[in-house]
Design a protein around this ligand. Sequence first.
Ligand SMILES: C=C1C[C@]23C[C@H]1CC[C@H]2[C@]1(C)CCC[C@@](C)(C(=O)O)[C@H]1[C@@H]3C(=O)O
Ligand SMILES: O=C(O)CCC(=O)C(=O)O
Ligand SMILES: [Fe+2]
Length: 370
Amino acid sequence: MLPPQSPIVFDAAVLFRETHLPTHFIWPEDETPGKEDFEELAVPVIDVQGFLSGDPAATLSTTRTVTEACLKHGFFHVVNHGVARELIEAIHKEAADFFAMPLVEKQRALRKPGESSGYASAFTGRFSSKLPWKETLTFPYSTAPGSPSNSVKDFFLNSLGHEFSRTGAVCQEYCDAMNGLSLRIMELLGMSLGVGRDYFRNFFEGNDSIMRLNYYPPCQKPELTLGTGPHCDPTSLTILHQELVGGLQVFVDGKWRSIRPQPDAFVINIGDTFSALSNGRFKSCLHRAVVNNQESRVSLAFFLSPEKNKVVRPPKELIDEENPRKYPDFTWSALLDFTQKHYRTDVNTLESFSNWLSLPPVAARISLAP
Ligand SMILES: C=C1C[C@]23C[C@H]1CC[C@H]2[C@]1(C)CCC[C@@](C)(C(=O)O)[C@H]1[C@@H]3C(=O)O
Ligand SMILES: O=C(O)CCC(=O)C(=O)O
Ligand SMILES: [Fe+2]
């Protein structure tokens, strides 16, 4: 009789001192980064200052460059975005302080099974292999009618207590800024797809978005593992900030390419839900995060998502004989549930979700039970 498997505890401070990686963190060879040097991808850098200030000529040229980027691989940098440097530094400091706490303290906000919010360390208990070398803190940001106006502050207060009121206030202010920038980018995407500046902005005016702080400790064998596995974001639009330590990679033309950190820029990418809203015109792009053996890395990811129960359906202008419906109607609530309870987000999430929706309920439960 084998002794019961002792539950894996990802305490990076402990694991980093060991010579070998626990097997659960070793990814299949064809998925690991190995010791390869990855060429950088020169993603388009889009200066949005003119557009944000309402300059008509700048709006036209910015819409054009966003269109080119979204048709190419769906990743671009935005600069002169109007988000205060002090705010970005403040949330990075709050993130660093949070993840520096002892594991038992962080686990006071432990993610509950099937839920997206909360603290997780390598998703031990959620996945049984290919564990990501990272800790995450994920919380909801909602502007849906009837939702509390300070959903982020409430999360920190309710899950971690009053001593985290400053962290909650900084994260609330940061998410408010991300929400504002997201809605302006939705204006660009509406013009880019020819459905008008307000179409997607109105669609996302009320939203049920997600904010995630990613913490990647240094790893003694970075070539054998991944910080975040290959995936397309199932959400609508991701605004990601990486300070000085890189790790984000995008799969373009059959190769993994690094995105050099640019602290004064946000990395923007289209997600699956927006790909469905665009009836497949814009693709959600495969990406991942690698780790290193020298220094820790934090990335801030704001995931814009529609109000949970709003039907995700492309505007009629994007459906015609040459472009029939690519995906069924769905709600973000159903897709989020799918990723949290039935399916590990990867490159095929949207297709797998569409197939799952078409299955009779019992078969769906059996076919994708975690
Ligand atoms: C809705 C989400 C699920 C994940 C967080 C957001 C958007 C990205 C998803 C994720 C990061 C894709 C890779 C796998 C995953 C499990 C992870 O490594 O964190 C995904 C997130 C999740 O399901 O918690
Ligand atoms: O940390 C990164 O650079 C990427 C993280 C990511 O892709 C995600 O959290 O969805
Ligand atoms: Fe992602």
